[in-house]
Design a protein around this ligand. Structure first.
Ligand code: GAL
Length: 432
């Protein structure tokens, strides 16, 4: 059984994500022992592949790089980042490198469905020994580990957890339309966008290239369907022709009518910066955006505010970055040094402080983080957790690519019936 399945349930602690086919929690793989790094590191070049090539994302990677150099002076960090948010360019380059047996020593992959592609293609190898050495399920939520697990094998080391369903807003722009309250659902939110337009705000909400549109669309689906129905969409029984999905598509179309005109190459920082610069009121973006606000010296609560996409309060649209050990990595020892750093409490603190995400580990002190991340940690503990489509958690790359194509076409033709048909077709083709 190769499918990872999510169920949305409220849990007091830990993730409410269940992978079928997972090991049912952390288990030592036969014959493996924990793998701590040698003092100073294994030596040699360590090529690390990500899409954290610029801006606040690069700052997160830099924090890890600096610590890596300090802890493992024998190793030489090679930054193989390929620019483009959500891996929009990186994933194709990575696929080609893996195909040509030229893997990096470690690469960024999302926890959940996306990892299955690499596992099925036999491109990554288990890292149970590293996870055990880091503390296993004493320090990583068992259900997060399950999203990295097939059979008894754990296939990556999680670095962080991001929330995708967040609206970032400029209160000064909202004040122009006298908006002081958070809208309770999508309809009320669209009504606020109308007020903003009437008050002379040319761009109530921003979008960038296709992946940011898919990202926005998934959050509207969550708001209109609720956590339980949203999660069912990714099962064989998923109903992509339901009235709620139709409603979400219509809401999404209305929201786009209040957005800027984007071209496909536009990346997320531009869309978030329009809010920072007072050119727009809202941007729906994963909480890597908070790092952009921080990097631009914006003050939480004064220069920017944030809230869950209206109608999705109490739901945490989840994604997690993790790092793999590719089959045939040239420097396996150095790669394990990197994985040990990424999975360590100090590495997770340094990285997540810069990245806007929350640590995947549960033993990094909450009070070490600024208010947004503290609120995300709290939500993560009490909310229903659902998987992101645009960021590899809910569906495999083939399915999200089909959805991206449909969303991209919709951006130009705005044909609701055609989008619904394409989404249903993508489900029929890809659901397992
Ligand atoms: C996600 C990734 C995040 C962030 C974002 C924007 O897919 O998981 O860490 O980098 O893309 O690029």
């Amino acid at each position: 059984m190769r499918g990872l399945k999510f169920i949305a349930i409220t849990m007091a602690a830990g993730l409410a994500l269940t992978a079928c086919g997972g090991a049912g929690g952390q288990g030592e793989k036969a014959g493996e022992t924990s793998e701590m790094s040698k003092p100073g590191g294994a030596g040699g070049d360590v090529g690390v592949f990500t899409w954290w090539a610029a801006g606040s994302e690069k700052e997160g990677l830099n924090a890890l790089e600096e610590m890596f150099k300090e802890k493992y002076p024998n190793d030489t960090f090679k930054n193989l980042a390929v620019a483009g948010g959500a891996g929009s360019n990186a994933k194709a380059k990575l696929a080609a490198d893996l195909q040509n047996n030229n893997p990096p020593d470690s690469f960024q992959g999302h926890a959940g469905a996306e990892l299955l592609d690499y596992i099925d293609a036999d491109q990554i190898v288990p890292v149970n020994g590293v996870i055990d050495g880091l503390g296993g399920d004493k320090v990583f939520p068992a259900n997060l580990l399950e999203l990295l697990t097939v059979g008894d094998s754990i296939y990556s080391v999680p670095s962080n957890i991001h929330r995708a369903n967040v609206v970032w807003a400029n209160p000064k722009v909202l004040a122009k339309a006298k908006i002081t309250e958070t809208p309770k659902d999508v309809e009320a939110w669209i009504a606020d966008m109308k007020k903003l337009k009437a008050a002379g705000v040319a761009t109530p909400i921003t979008v960038a290239g296709t992946w940011t549109q898919l990202h926005l669309f998934e959050t509207i689906l969550i708001a209109d369907l609720g956590a339980d129905e949203y999660v069912k969409l990714f099962t064989k029984e998923g109903k992509w022709d339901s009235d709620q999905v139709k409603k979400a598509v219509s809401h999404y179309k209305q929201i786009l009518s209040y957005a800027n005109t984007a071209s496909d190459g536009d990346d997320w920082p531009g869309a978030t910066d329009m809010v920072i610069d007072g050119k727009a009121a809202y941007n729906v973006m994963g909480d890597w955006a908070v790092a952009e606000f921080a990097a631009k010296k914006q003050k939480d609560g004064k220069d920017y505010i944030y809230f869950p996409v209206p109608g999705s309060d109490g739901v945490f649209d989840f994604l997690a970055d993790s790092f793999t050990l590719p089959k045939g990595a040239k420097n396996e020892g150095g790669a394990k040094d990197w994985l040990n750093l990424v999975g360590s409490a100090e590495g997770q603190k340094a990285f997540n402080l810069k990245k806007g995400s929350i640590p995947a580990r549960t033993d990094v002190p909450v009070e070490d983080f600024p208010p947004y991340q503290q609120s995300a940690m709290k939500s993560f503990k009490s909310d229903k957790i659902v998987p992101s489509i645009a960021h590899g958690a809910a569906v495999r790359v083939a399915w999200s690519s089909d959805m991206s194509s449909a969303i991209s076409k919709f951006y130009s033709d705005k044909d609701e019936a055609a989008l619904l048909a394409a989404l249903a077709k993508a489900h029929e083709k890809n659901a397992q």
